[in-house]
Ligand binder design. Structure first.
Ligand code: NAD
Length: 538
């Protein structure tokens, strides 16, 4: 094994040559696992295994939370939240900045766990501590800008003083998926904590260890006991008890589950933000730099084996550059190295599970059976590990094929030729999703003009998805069936606060004064409104 794995020091029995030994065993020190799993609120006595998709073998058993345990997690959160909300903003922000340093210092350990649990390539796992560090730094540094009481215009200048407070919602429930198990479990919770909320987090059952390491790091960064509580279990079983006790729900996952959660939140009149699926397009315009576009297209389509909400599954390429672009895209895809490995140097890892493999295989089989051509990949690779699938490029995909409009959530992309750009925009906007798009062009103004026509929450020009995703000051989320609400930026923290307006009135009341009749009052106020408009008041 390379030097990276021993750096974390918690893996034992590592395979000598994991890239070529799919049956190799990866085991974690029992004490290390016990220290992580004790953070689950659980008295049920039940456990559920977590498997490594690198070889399909179990690596840990996670204590499971009953409905009573969920109730206990919320009780702990409620008890801690009141004191936490009174903790000075500077102290809360300092904890985030400590978390930033811890995550960078402990990245080997974090990445080891992510690779072990998700099977992704090490370079894709690195994106996770990086994203958590970026988020922690951003909110740590902008805490006052988002949370300080704001002065607003009063209705009567000089006599009505108005302030708006950002009051924490209370206890936020965070339900997260398996695909980015460390950052998806943590990043949305950081602004919630900073705003003075407590959190109950339910990470996906397949990737609990990465999420529990996140909980441990929060503790080490100084966040007090009870402000971050982890429950474990099957989403459809403990999701409802969570929603019943939350003041707000932040959900990341599939559109189907998001719809269910939004309905339950609506019943309780609590807010929710939903980061859901996508069928994300890339537009390669005729003036695109072909080599850069082909390089970006590989990252856009095959990062984390395509198990990425902002991953590209549809590629619209201008007629004039189609052949040259496709030749370069195929060549770069075929040159990718695949492997089940804890080490750097692998371009793409495995899918996470048999279920994911079956979906990907079914989408490709259906397309091929109906006449699509495979330009690259197209096959499962059991020789590399139980759930491997090659990075796959399809041509000739038509609306009757499943992968035309449905999210595959795997390493499968369809390429289409376009003749004029308005047609490409219309096709990119077709369907129900609207998460992320990319545009490759050497004309930035043109790219930005086209971006305004695209119905997606984020648009990256000359980049796959990282430019928007890593720019934490900007909002990230989906239009249409790709979600509601935004993570990151001001919206990403204000979803967790209630705006409270406080007006202090002096000298004048909002009723007739000095024996004035109601009619005279109405006339005075009407004259006043006219004067205010003339004076340019908002
Ligand atoms: P999923 O909806 O099945 O599961 C996501 C989470 O929801 C898990 O923690 C799961 O346990 C929980 N859950 C499942 N049913 C639930 C219920 N009835 N009540 C409460 N919680 C429940 O999603 P998945 O298939 O595991 O994840 C992949 C999907 O997530 C893809 O569609 C992908 O596009 C999407 N995703 C979106 C983003 C984003 O930021 N937009 C990020 C990552 C993944």
């Amino acid at each position: 094994m390379s030097e990276q794995t021993p750096a974390s020091g918690h893996l034992v029995d590592g395979p000598s040559d994991p890239e070529h030994d799919p049956a190799a065993s990866y085991a974690l020190e029992p004490d290390y696992v016990a220290n992580l799993t004790r953070r689950v609120v659980s008295t049920s006595g039940q456990t559920a295994p977590v498997h490594s998709p690198l070889n399909g073998q179990p690596i840990a058993h996670i204590p499971q939370s009953s409905t009573d345990d969920v109730a206990e997690a919320y009780a702990r959160a409620r008890r801690a939240q009141a004191a936490w909300a009174r903790t000075p903003i500077d102290d809360r922000a300092a904890m985030l900045l400590r978390l930033h340093d811890l995550v960078l210092d402990r990245q080997d350990e974090i990445i080891d766990l992510i690779v072990l649990e998700s099977g992704k390539a090490r370079k894709h796992a690195f994106d996770e501590p990086m994203h958590v560090a970026l988020t922690a730094r951003y909110y740590g540094r902008t805490a006052h800008a988002h949370l300080d009481t704001q002065r607003k215009l009063g209705v009567v200048p000089g006599l009505t003083r108005v302030e708006v407070n950002s009051v924490p919602k209370g206890v936020v429930g965070i339900i997260s998926p398996w695909n980015y198990p460390f950052t998806m479990a943590l990043c949305d919770g950081l602004p919630a904590l900073l705003a003075g909320n407590a959190v109950v987090a339910k990470p996906d059952a397949q990737t609990m260890l990465s999420a529990l390491l996140g909980a441990q790091l929060l503790e080490e960064a100084g966040f007090p006991e009870g402000v971050w509580n982890v429950v474990a279990g099957v989403g459809r079983e403990i999701g409802t008890p969570m929603i019943e006790r939350s003041d707000y729900i932040c959900f990341t996952g599939s559109t189907a589950t998001g719809r269910l959660i939004a309905t339950q939140c609506a019943e309780r009149l609590i807010g929710s933000s939903l980061e859901l699926g996508g069928k994300n397009p890339i537009l390669v315009l005729r003036d695109a730099h072909i080599e850069k576009a082909a390089e970006g297209a590989v990252r856009a389509s095959f990062s984390n084996a395509g198990q990425l909400c902002v991953s590209t599954e549809r590629m619209f390429v201008a007629d004039q550059v189609y052949d040259r672009f496709v030749e370069r895209f195929v060549a770069r895809t075929e040159a990718m190295s695949l492997g089940a490995s804890m080490d750097w140097g692998v371009d793409m890892g495995t899918l996470i599970s048999q279920a994911q493999l079956e979906t990907v295989q079914a989408h490709v089989d259906d397309a091929v059976a109906k006449g699509a051509r495979v330009l690259a990949g197209g096959k499962a690779r059991p020789d590399l590990g139980p759930f491997f699938f090659e990075p796959t490029i399809l041509e000739g995909v038509t609306p009757d094929m499943t992968c035309f409009g449905q999210e595959t959530f795997g390493p499968v992309v369809s390429v289409y030729r376009f003749h004029d750009e308005s047609d490409a925009v219309a096709r990119a906007n077709a369907g129900e999703y609207g998460l992320n798009a990319s545009i490759y062009t050497q004309d930035g103004d043109r790219g930005r003009a086209i971006a305004r026509e695209i119905r997606c929450g984020t648009v990256n020009i000359n980049e796959a998805f990282g430019a928007t995703f890593a720019s934490i000051d900007s909002p990230m989320g989906g239009m249409r069936e790709s979600g509601m609400g935004r993570r990151q930026g001001a919206e990403g923290i204000h979803r967790y606060t209630e705006s409270q307006a406080v007006a202090t009135q002096r000298g004048l009341r909002f009723a007739p004064m000095f024996g004035m009749s109601d009619e005279a009052y109405a006339k005075v106020m009407t004259a006043n409104l006219r004067v205010m408009k003339k004076l340019g008041r908002a």
